[in-house]
Design a protein around this ligand. Structure first.
Ligand code: BJW
Ligand code: ZN
Length: 238
């Protein structure tokens, strides 16, 4: 299938679902997870993004999030984020965007039909009373405390070994089973449950289009794999 044919599938689709990963924000200057630039002080994300890491050293985990909040605060949505907003505005009833990114850049760009399945770096949750609140303070005090119950706050992010929120999963499943095109942008496709999303859509009969710098574990399911930068290819396609 050619890029032109893919464009026409997107233009005429009854319903389009998009799955994005760190690669779409890489073009805004946010580091991806896997690969050399995913390291922070020699820690891998996999070692810090766990409830066990937070339980044993909350200061270290908050240091990492403070560093990332400072970095993300300086970044803006890029042409790929904006092209998805355009697509949604043209076809609001036919569009659902699922992002694994926690940077909030889709929201900042103006996307509305959006599931942030791994959470959002600008939200915190109390480990005592469970209250979720917006928080844009930079830097946060090293061990931030809940104003309601004095419990320790944690990032409102889904870590390894934690379940995704049920409402998000239900909404994603609907969007995957009912779309005729699934567009996957900038994800390595190794983290579940998102790594299973292409298979769900494919089984329901959707056309799968992938945009990435390289082949991924999901490429064998794709009807079209476009290799290049999200900021160049997404506007071309949409
Ligand atoms: C570009 C580009 C450019 C670059 N243009 N492209 C089944 C089997 C095996 C294991 C499991 C399983 N089910 C669950 C698990 C355990 C685990 C898991 O999947 N582990 C795998 C590693 C094997 N999953 C979970 O624990 C999940 N919970 C769950 O399923 O609960 C039930 C359960 C639990 C335990 C066991 C069984 C069931 C929760 C996962 C939450 C992950 N959260 C993270 C960390 C958040 C921390 C934070 O951000 O602060 O989310 S992990 C990290 O990876 C982050 C990302 O959202 C996620 C995905 O990464 P992504 O976006 O794909 O980024 P990269 O860096 O991997 O790839 C970037 C891509 O972009 C590359 O391909 C580049 O080529 C490309 N690229 N520049 C286009 N300019
Ligand atoms: Zn509390």
């Amino acid at each position: 299938m050619t890029l032109l044919a893919a464009r026409s599938h997107i233009a005429t689709a009854r319903a389009i679902t998009i799955l994005t990963g760190a690669g779409i924000s890489a073009d805004s200057g946010v580091p991806t997870f896997r690969g050399p630039e995913g390291l922070w002080r020699n820690y891998r994300a996999e070692d810090l993004a766990t409830p066990e890491a937070f339980a044993s050293d909350p200061r270290l985990v908050w240091d990492w999030y403070n560093w990332r909040r400072e970095l993300v605060a300086t970044k803006q949505p890029n042409p790929a984020h904006l092209a998805l907003v355009d697509l949604e505005r043209r076809r609001p009833e036919a569009f659902w965007l699922i992002t694994q990114n926690v940077d909030g850049l889709h929201h900042a760009a103006g996307s509305q039909h959006l599931s942030e399945i791994h959470g959002n770096i600008w939200k915190v949750r109390c480990t005592g009373c469970g209250l979720v609140s917006d928080n844009r303070t930079i830097p946060l005090q090293t061990l931030p405390i809940c104003l309601q119950c004095s419990g320790l706050l944690r990032p409102h992010i889904v870590w390894f070994g934690e379940s995704l929120h049920e409402d998000d999963l239900r909404r994603c499943n609907e969007a995957l089973r009912s779309c005729d095109v699934l567009l996957m942008i900038g994800t390595s496709g190794v983290v579940y449950p998102a790594a299973g999303f292409a298979a769900i859509a494919k089984q329901a009969g959707a056309l799968i289009i992938e945009i990435n710098l390289e082949n991924t574990q999901q490429s064998s399911l794709a009807d079209l794999s476009l290799q290049g930068r999200a900021k160049d290819l997404v506007p071309l396609l949409c």
